[in-house]
Design a protein around this ligand. Sequence first.
Ligand SMILES: Cc1cc2nc3c(=O)[nH]c(=O)nc-3n(C[C@H](O)[C@H](O)[C@H](O)COP(=O)(O)O)c2cc1C
Length: 204
Amino acid sequence: MTQVFYQNSMVNILFCLLSSTVCGDHMEFKEVLEKRRSIRKYTKQSVEREKVNAIIEAGLLAPSAHNTQPWQFIIVRKSIPEIVKLLKEEGEKHPEDESISKTADTISRGDTLILVYSDRLESPDFTLLSMGAMIENMLLKATDLGLGSLWIGNILKISSQVAGYFGVDDTKHLVSAVLLGYKEKDPKPLERKTLANAIIKEEK
Ligand SMILES: Cc1cc2nc3c(=O)[nH]c(=O)nc-3n(C[C@H](O)[C@H](O)[C@H](O)COP(=O)(O)O)c2cc1C
């Protein structure tokens, strides 16, 4: 019995060592929160499908107003250059907003782009709050799995072109995109608002 248990444990450990895809390199929750950063430079390593699925599944666990779960996704891999081209063209039309073409360059360095859609129009505020909670879950899961990620709002600048390209009907609304890849390096630390600066008032 003890021997069987020992053998099973060894098999599990070996399996985990061989397959970080399944077991992941899990971090402490605090570390995940602190490590999550916007990553804009990625290596050429591709992101495993299992990890993409795990990231979307983490999103699916998010709270949503009235449990509407308004989210839907398109997973983009080979069409990333097309999205980059569309965003570059949009950036050329709006030279005053440099962030559009910068975001296009960033997308070109990523491996997988998840387009995040909502299938609701009513209560747009509640829907957007729910979508934000869901996207943050995705970013935290990506961090937990050792991946870099970026929340991309600039994708909204080309929502109609993207809908045309993928044949998305007008019952679905593009809300954001999440870029994934293996990060080249950790970004420089970013100063955060302190607790004292964030609290307006605290009652005794
Ligand atoms: C709603 C939203 C939209 C964003 N859109 C973009 C974007 O289009 N391009 C980009 O490079 N970063 C984008 N970001 C990333 C922010 O610039 C980043 O979160 C912020 O500078 C803080 O840095 P950190 O994520 O490393 O903590 C977006 C973030 C949020 C929350």
